[in-house]
Design a protein around this ligand. Structure first.
Ligand SMILES: Cc1cc2nc3c(=O)[nH]c(=O)nc-3n(C[C@H](O)[C@H](O)[C@H](O)COP(=O)(O)O)c2cc1C
Length: 272
């Protein structure tokens, strides 16, 4: 080995090889992959807190939207301060003492110690397991509850839809429904995001006078001739399966295995 070759070092020697040398091609490709993977990993780590903050803001925006409070000009986080967040024990309907900030629903639903497995008959939303606790968002005006926002999720045709339903102070009249995550087909099941369709939910009654859960997305349109129209929503045309999924998931979360026990307690209290 000449003195000059020694001085060039490993990289110098590789660069000196002709461009069509297989050794040079493999080493350059390997180094390129290494540099790119370091860049991608570093940016993933660096942007994680930002992504988390954006996700939290998006959830807040959706909660504001479902209660009709979203105002594009106002500060989302400031508007969101109007909400009181609580954790509800779904089996009893009581509030839990656990700090809601420490609760992660998706994690809890996957942990057998913090969730229950649903039987086929119970699992109308197709979610397999349900966390024991759930976060709720109380909108208060002059100290009185004016709306409650409940997180809901369940399977449509292609995907699990995640969203919120809000109820007014009677814990029966629907204030709004909004999904923030799903993968249904745009123009078909994706019409769950259509503001015109979502608007239909406003003012509908979840329960009848006997306290039975009656809310339903029907096949076709609701007209003045439809019986119990106050409990019914138009089906999405060409998307019967997504419509059925939405109907089922709303029924699950407002029912006995979801927020039913909490809603019964709260509506009895509201009637006092
Ligand atoms: C590419 C493709 C995407 C579809 N996406 C949906 C969907 O997101 N939601 C849905 O309910 N049906 C979807 N469908 C239609 C269903 O397969 C099924 O035909 C439909 O739900 C029946 O509803 P209808 O009786 O209202 O036509 C899709 C069909 C095709 C071919």
């Amino acid at each position: 080995m000449t003195d000059q070759n020694k001085k060039r070092g490993f990289f110098g020697k590789i660069l000196d090889l002709p461009n069509d040398d297989p050794k040079k091609t493999i080493i350059v490709a390997f180094l390129l992959c290494l540099v790119c993977s370091v860049l991608v990993s570093a940016s993933a780590v660096m942007f994680k807190p930002l992504q988390k903050a954006n996700k939290a803001t998006d959830i807040r925006k959706n909660i504001l939207a479902v209660t009709g409070l979203l105002n594009e000009e106002a500060d989302v986080n400031k508007l969101f301060e109007q909400f009181e967040i609580k954790l509800v024990d779904l089996s009893t309907g009581d509030y839990s003492d656990i700090d809601p900030a420490s609760f992660d629903r998706r994690k809890a639903a996957g942990d057998p110690n913090q969730s229950i497995a649903l039987s086929g008959e119970q699992d109308i939303a197709n979610i397999s397991r349900r966390a024991n606790l759930a976060k709720i968002y109380l909108l208060k005006v002059d100290g009185e509850i004016s709306q409650v926002v409940l997180p809901i999720h369940g399977y449509g045709l292609w995907s699990t839809l995640y969203g919120f339903v809000s109820l007014e102070a009677d814990f029966n009249t629907i204030g709004g429904l909004q999904f923030y995550s799903h993968a249904e087909t745009p123009g078909l099941g994706g019409e769950v995001d259509n503001p015109k369709w979502r608007k239909q939910w406003q003012g509908k009654k979840a329960f009848n006078d006997s306290g039975e859960l009656k809310i339903e997305v029907i096949r076709g349109h609701v007209s003045f001739q439809t019986t119990d129209a106050e409990h019914k929503i138009d089906g999405l045309s060409g998307a019967t399966l997504t419509s059925r999924g939405v109907s089922n998931l709303v029924n699950f979360w407002l029912g006995d295995n979801g927020f039913g026990p909490y809603l019964k307690k709260m509506s009895a209290e509201a009637e006092k």
